[in-house]
Write a protein that binds this ligand. Structure first.
Ligand code: SF4
Ligand code: SF4
Length: 325
């Protein structure tokens, strides 16, 4: 009798799929999403000097040696792509025009629905054009912007492959949540289009700060009272005739805290976090050097150290604030 024991690679239905192919698949889905939005009437285009979106790092990654880890990375990527294919589908389907409730009531209902979807926080916001990625477009100029927590325990293992799998899972989860939220809004008779959480149309951290959800730290990530920087952000574009009320952002003190802290800068293995942010057009600071950061992914297939070491990841926002003042 021959040896019946199969290796994980032999059992893996995706064993032939390479990181480059996965990155190409993602680019193709996003290209279809962008094209679908461009085909809609009344879309808002980006400014000529809008932020430039970083390209996905996955294609440049050196796959891990372990066959089990390779399988997990491919599976998480496929889950993410499935959510995004549905984002594209919803972007291309007609939206209703018979409201079942007032727009104010809808905003309240969506905000009440958010915890059941597994979200930490949600805000209804307008979207200034300066936050739309160069070459992209958005279908409506308002959105529900929301955050989902990542697992601090998993980030404590950074730069382990578990972090990379988890981040892809959260992006996929936010893609699915955006689909569910868009369907919920459509059932109430209002237009809604989900945005892919990774590689979507808007620059999330400064937009989330504009919406009052938190403030960007020196690692370039949104820091919020709920999760510190250990979260990802998603959006559903909506067309509601309700003006957005912007209160003063209560989280701007984080900027002064970061100036004193600088831990992520010291601990970043590739020196990717800038001591002084580079100013881009539209007064937009660029905190990290993407090329340097992606080198880390190319060689060790994961990172997330700037999330792991941030005092806001494990510390209480309120305690850090009280101690700071
Ligand atoms: S993910 Fe890693 S390499 Fe990239 S900025 Fe954060 S600490 Fe630096
Ligand atoms: S580690 Fe320190 S400097 Fe970096 S984002 Fe967190 S608080 Fe700011």
């Amino acid at each position: 009798m021959g040896n019946m024991k199969k290796t994980i690679d032999e059992m893996n239905p995706y064993a032939g799929i390479t990181p480059v192919q996965l990155a190409e698949a993602e680019r193709e889905i996003i290209r279809q999403y962008d094209e679908t939005l461009l085909a809609r009437a009344n879309f808002t285009p980006s400014l000529p000097d809008g932020p430039v979106r970083n390209q996905a790092t996955f294609g440049d990654m050196v796959p891990p040696d372990s066959a089990a880890d390779r399988l997990r990375l491919v599976e998480s990527s496929i889950r993410l792509h499935s959510a995004y294919v549905e984002n594209v589908h919803l972007a291309g389907t007609p939206t209703p025009s018979e409201p079942q409730c007032s727009p104010q009531e809808l905003i309240q209902r969506v905000q009440e629905y958010a915890p059941a979807l597994g979200l930490s926080a949600i805000a209804y916001t307008d979207i200034p054009q300066k936050f739309i990625f160069s070459g992209k477009t958005i279908p409506f100029s308002k959105a529900f912007l929301f955050t989902q927590a990542m697992d601090v325990g998993i980030f404590n293992t950074a730069p382990h492959v578990d972090v990379q799998v988890h981040v892809a899972d959260i992006y996929g989860s936010l893609g699915s949540i955006a689909n569910q939220m868009a369907l919920f809004i459509r059932k109430s008779g209002y237009p809604a289009i989900p945005n892919p959480a990774l590689a979507g149309s808007v620059l999330y951290p400064p937009l989330a700060a504009y919406a009052g959800l938190g403030y960007p730290g020196r690692n370039g990530l949104l820091i919020s009272p709920d999760n510190g920087p250990c979260q990802r952000i998603g959006a559903v574009f909506v067309d509601l005739p309700v003006e957005v009320q912007h209160a003063e952002n209560p989280h701007t003190w984080i900027d002064a805290f970061c100036q004193k802290c600088g831990k992520c800068i010291r601990k970043c293995p590739s020196g990717a976090i800038r001591e002084i942010p580079e100013m881009r057009s539209n007064d937009r600071p660029s905190c990290t050097d993407y090329e340097k950061c992606s080198m880390e992914y190319k060689t060790s297939f994961s990172c997330g150290i700037c999330v792991k070491v941030c005092p806001f990841t494990t510390g209480s926002y309120e305690k850090l604030k009280n101690r700071f003042f």
